[in-house]
Design a protein around this ligand. Structure first.
Ligand code: UD1
Ligand code: CA
Length: 458
């Protein structure tokens, strides 16, 4: 029977070099904190339990991440990685395998961790190591004459020969719980940092005849940690590269994979094309043959098939039907629904509105708290006056209505089906179906009127 897995995520570090009031593991990649990324990959391994060891600012971490199914373990004083793991051991049954992860190393992959756990099952100790051109700062993997792992020496405790070793300890390891518990109880802190080093259990394992099996990550970003804002930015880029790769694997055309950012979850149909500088955030669902122009932002949007979104459009919490055209420079705010074939043009703001099939709002308008029927044409510069300073009111526009340019619809108001509103009207009462309604002050001409002249100075 394969043993069950107990995962311990170390997250008690202060993160001083982030120069931030936010605890380090709460900083984000994409739309999720570093710790959530680690939690999510840990969860995919199907563990019995995930424990997070928190310390400095920990209450803030717990409060912000209450949705995570983890056990929180406080390490009040940071006395080293070995001490941190020990804090979590009381909840770990003897027959489990313990997997140690770091809360600030967010891009490690499930496949890599599975291999690490398998190594522990086979040999009794799995250690994730990597070979770096600049190993400065890391613990080094010391191997014996036969090339077997002998121990780990921390950079600060290493001599010149040891510092020349390029193979480093990533910190991630998998160890059967019973043995780990015994080794942890024997740790000492007589080293240069006065800490209880988790890494010392490697030497103890070897001393007991356990062969430490090393596993290498598929790519180096998997083992990269975040200690400062530069590293956070580098990992964000790495994360975005992965998202872009995934989109392209699903058939999306990205005009430049380095200029499309995903902060959430995106699902796509076939032949989706995304131009440069596009941000997709929250949950975005794109149908077949959706074209997104440059500089667009979509947040929590469902888009149907054959939709074109032109440059510089911003769409939030809305549902877009099939065959719609949006933008350029359109702003579609939350709770909007566009039915099939609707068109929203430039400098148009839509909020909390249902726009019926085939209806057009093509230029410079504000339509909010409104129901627009089918095949309605709303002329340039139309404004729904939905707010009286205290409350919002509804506008209803029936099928086939024609709203002339420069109209103000003072809500609550209803325009009947097939009604025509003359350009420049201020509509305060309901406009009947099928009729022309307009409100316009009579035009007059003052004959013989002269423009004022500039007074001449002497
Ligand atoms: C550790 C390893 C080193 C490895 C490196 C990889 C030890 C002794 N050394 O060194 O071999 O190359 O990570 O980055 O393990 N933490 C706690 N409580 C503590 C101390 C640390 O929770 O008391 C957490 C930190 O938040 C961090 C992780 O453990 O997530 C590593 O701690 P850090 O101090 O960065 O270890 P290093 O000295 O870098
Ligand atoms: Ca570190």
């Amino acid at each position: 029977m394969t043993p069950l897995l107990s995962i311990i995520i170390l997250a008690a570090g202060q993160g001083t070099r982030m120069k931030s009031d936010l605890p380090k593991v709460l900083h984000e990649l994409g739309d999720r904190s570093l710790l959530e990324h680690v939690h999510d990959v840990a969860r995919e391994l199907g563990p019995r339990i995930i424990q997070v060891v928190y310390g400095h600012g920990g209450e803030q971490v717990r409060e912000r991440l209450t949705h995570l199914r983890v056990q929180w373990v406080e390490q009040a004083q940071q006395r080293g990685t070995g001490h941190a793991v020990e804090m979590a051991m009381p909840r770990v049954p003897d027959d489990d395998i313990v997997l140690v992860l770091y809360g600030d190393v967010p891009l490690v992959r499930r496949e890599t961790l599975s291999r690490l756990v398998q190594a522990a099952e086979q040999s009794g100790f799995g250690l994730l190591t990597a070979t770096l051109t600049d190993p400065t700062g890391y613990g080094r993997i010391v191997r014996d004459a036969r090339g077997k792992v002998a121990r780990i020496v921390e950079h600060k405790d290493a001599n010149t020969a040891e510092r020349a070793i390029a193979e480093i300890n990533t910190g991630m390891m998998a160890i059967p719980a019973r043995r780990l518990r015994a080794w942890l109880s024997r740790l000492e802190n007589n080293n240069s940092q006065g800490e209880f080093y988790l890494t010392d259990v490697v030497g103890m394992a070897v001393g007991e005849g356990v062969e430490v099996q090393t596993v290498a990550p598929a790519s180096l970003e998997e083992i990269m940690g975040v200690n400062n804002k530069q590293q956070l930015a580098e990992l964000e880029r790495a994360y975005q590269r992965l998202q872009a790769q995934q989109l392209m694997t699903q058939g999306v055309t990205l005009r430049d994979p380095a200029r499309c950012d995903v902060r959430g979850k995106v699902t796509v149909g076939r032949d989706v094309c995304i131009d440069i500088n596009v941000l997709l955030s929250g949950e975005v669902r794109l149908g077949n043959r959706v074209n997104i122009g440059p500089n667009c932002v979509l947040r929590d949007v469902v888009v149907g098939d054959d939709v074109t979104i032109l440059a510089n459009s911003v769409i939030e919490q809305s549902v877009i039907g099939n065959h719609c055209a949006i933008g350029p420079f359109a702003r579609i705010r939350p709770e909007t629904q566009l039915a099939d074939g609707a068109r929203i043009g430039n400098f148009v703001e839509i909020k909390k509105a249902q726009v019926g099939p085939g209806s057009k709002i093509n230029h410079l308008s504000y339509v909010g708290d409104t129901t627009v029927g089918a095949n309605v044409n709303i002329g340039a510069g139309t404004i729904t006056c939905n707010y009286d300073g205290a409350n919002k009111h509804q506008t209803i526009i029936g099928d086939d209505a024609f709203i002339g340019s420069g109209t103000q619809l003072v809500a609550p108001v209803e325009v009947g089906a097939g009604a025509t509103i003359g350009a420049g009207s201020t509509i305060c009462r309901d406009a009947p179906a099928g009729e022309l309604t307009l409100s316009r002050s009579p035009q007059k001409t003052v004959t013989g009127w002269k423009r004022p002249q500039k007074k001449s100075k002497h």
